[in-house]
Ligand binder design. Sequence first.
Ligand SMILES: [Zn+2]
Ligand SMILES: [Zn+2]
Length: 297
Amino acid sequence: MFHRVLVAGMGALGSEVVKNLGLLGCESVLMADADVIEQKNIARSVLLREGAIDGQSKVACSLNRLRAWFPETHWDGAAVEIADIEPGHFSRADILFSCVDTDLARTEIAALAARYKLPVCDAGLGGTSTRVGRVSWFPGVHSAACFACLLSGKRRAALLNAWESDVHACWAREQGEEGTWTSTPTMASIVAGLQVELAVSAMKSAEGAFSVHLDLDQAPILREIQHSRSVECPLHDDVLGIPFPICTRAECGQCHRQFSPDRRTGWVRRWSACPSCGNRDLIIRDSRSNEWEGSLS
Ligand SMILES: [Zn+2]
Ligand SMILES: [Zn+2]
């Protein structure tokens, strides 16, 4: 079993995952999610129930509940993205559960995992149907595939160089076809159960990366897919400098005000708003370059 666990994303899947970790008697769990509670989350999550306040951080609210339910586990968390968690937590962790819902967030996690040689168990819901889920295991060794290996070269370059965000749920989608993102609580519960169970067994034996694909629309299907490392994926070199580019200048798409966020470009794409008009449609004008530029053509 794992002792020290990181969980990225506290949506429908993440809340089910931490509940499972509590039931398994995990020693210590650290959660990261920058998101705040919205009314629609409250009905869907086992953690965000009565007492949950609109606009409160999902992590803060979950911590209260988890500490009361599972006092044997040391619960910790921060209302930030996983990339903003202090490095020390990565080197001490046994595994990272990825419960995020964009390719960009998954690519950032792959970069962090490569850096700290940390196994990642990822899960996603939706895609072709609301009754589809996928759990993927990435062992965190440089010889095995990472999430970025599963992307097409073009998509990987877009994510690693431009750090372009998207709002699609789901895994290694080749081209951006609009997916239906619905996190039904039953599918979240099934897939999060599978995610934790699969991680428990993969920690012991799995050397390669693979996914388990669950489709309850198709008579139900559960199939395993093996992943091999892409020779073009740059996340397997031993030397990784500053992994994430910092956006130094952004422009508002509406009022054209320019400002200096000085934060990770990935963060700016997802969370930043124009300081003048509050618009979130921003153009990245300048960023400190990153070390992958040379290796992607
Ligand atoms: Zn890779
Ligand atoms: Zn503006």
